[in-house]
Design a protein around this ligand. Structure first.
Ligand code: DAH
Length: 390
């Protein structure tokens, strides 16, 4: 490594200086060297440090340079004081002192200037680095969409809005009373909640369950509202079913209820027929078969002509239609005229009012309309499935 001797480590006598001119020359030499170094920026100083012993070795090059020149212990100015000034012959003291003061002022001023310069440069570089380029493309966040079930809910809601129904929603945790207690269903396919014992030890707590259908809102609505009633109830329902292609322990329903002073069976079938044609298209046919539900009398099961084979029961390529198994009809949902006994529970006059109710499975309707053959895909939320219904 090429090194340059530092003359301030020696006395003037050792350097062979013995007159004012010699002093001036030595000071000029030191000053020239300083001026060269102080003109550098941080990186240049760093590389200079590798080649020149005239510099310190602090990790920060600017500090290193500073210590080398003005460090209290062994900086050049201290060395000059010790080796040149204090040890100079009395005849030269005045000259050395004057030269020293000039050099000291010069060095301190220039070091300060350098410090500012480097600081500004570093700051400018940082600002430059952090500059935001507004012309760059932004981060593209994928926009989500409604789940197919939500979309189907909306389709159904729109159809019923158009004929004067409004929406009500109800609790998913229900009492057996509102859930239309059904001894068979109660034990078989209902989730009961585990409840803490009531504070009054003797009284058993009212059992609570996850509603098995949206029908509880029939009673809850009529308790709150006088006729005429025209509502639909979209929501989640729960049953203790083992998951397979057509069963899930959680699924979705839309309940419907219309009660007024002049509602007939014809209004009932006409409403259902209108809904089904709006939902599946005008070419489908409907039919109903007698059935049983605890809150309707008469109760019916609505079927729709098979939307896959057009009701023929035959597959396009020959053989029987796999969807309706050749029947030409697909079971759609339960419905009926509200059992007059129900009105007794809600203080409606059974002699004056009549009405109909229906309850449909949304997952099933969505599967039929969009050709989906496994209900589980609605709950797996695989984006490859979801993206097909943006
Ligand atoms: N709640 C019934 C079920 O989940 C469906 C149903 C049948 C609802 C007849 C009704 C109705 O409102 O009148 O299977």
């Amino acid at each position: 490594m090429p090194t340059v001797d530092n003359p301030t480590e020696k006395t003037l006598a050792e350097l062979g200086v013995n007159d004012a001119q010699g002093v001036a020359e030595k000071f000029a030499e030191v000053r020239t060297r300083f001026d060269r170094q102080v003109a550098f920026d941080a990186d240049e100083i760093r590389s200079l440090m590798l080649h020149e012993a005239w510099l310190g070795s602090d990790s920060d090059p600017v500090t290193s340079l500073r210590n080398f020149w003005v460090g209290r212990k062994a900086g050049v100015l201290t060395l000059i004081t010790e080796n040149w000034l204090k040890k100079s012959p009395p005849s030269l003291k005045g000259v050395v002192g004057k030269q020293f003061n000039e050099l000291k002022t010069h060095i301190e001023t220039k070091l300060e200037e350098q410090r500012k310069r480097i600081e500004e440069k570093t700051e400018a570089a940082a600002l430059n680095r952090e500059q935001v380029d507004l012309s760059l493309p932004g981060v593209i966040r994928p926009i989500g969409s409604h789940h197919l079930i939500r979309q189907v809910f909306q389709e159904i809601e729109d159809i019923f809005f158009s004929i004067g129904f409004s929406i009500v929603e109800g609790p998913e945790i229900e009492t057996p009373y509102y859930n239309f207690e059904d001894p068979v269903r109660d034990d078989m396919d209902t989730f009961y909640l585990e409840l803490p014992p009531s504070s009054d030890k003797k009284a058993a707590p009212t059992p609570l369950l996850l509603r098995t259908h949206t029908s509880p809102m029939q009673i809850r609505t009529m308790e709150k509202q006088k006729p005429p009633v025209r509502v639909i109830v979209p929501g989640k329902v729960y049953r203790r079913d083992n998951p397979d292609a057509t069963h899930s322990f959680i699924f979705h329903q839309v309940e419907g209820l219309a009660v007024d002073t002049d509602i007939t069976f014809c209004d009932f079938t006409g409403t259902i027929d209108y809904f089904v044609k709006q939902f599946f298209g005008p070419s489908v046919k409907t039919r109903f078969r007698p059935s049983y539900f605890p809150f309707t009398e008469p109760s019916v099961e609505f079927d729709v002509s098979c939307i896959f084979c057009g009701g023929s029961g035959a597959a396009a390529g020959g053989g029987t239609c796999s969807k309706c198994k050749g029947a030409g009809w697909i079971e759609l949902f339960g419905a009926g005229m509200v059992d007059p006994a129900v009105y007794g529970f809600v203080n409606y006059d059974a002699k004056k009012v009549s009405g109909f109710a229906f309850g449909m499975g949304i997952d099933r309707l969505a599967m039929l309309k969009y050709g989906i053959d496994d209900i589980q895909v609605f709950f797996q939320n695989d984006v490859r499935f979801l993206r097909q219904f943006p």
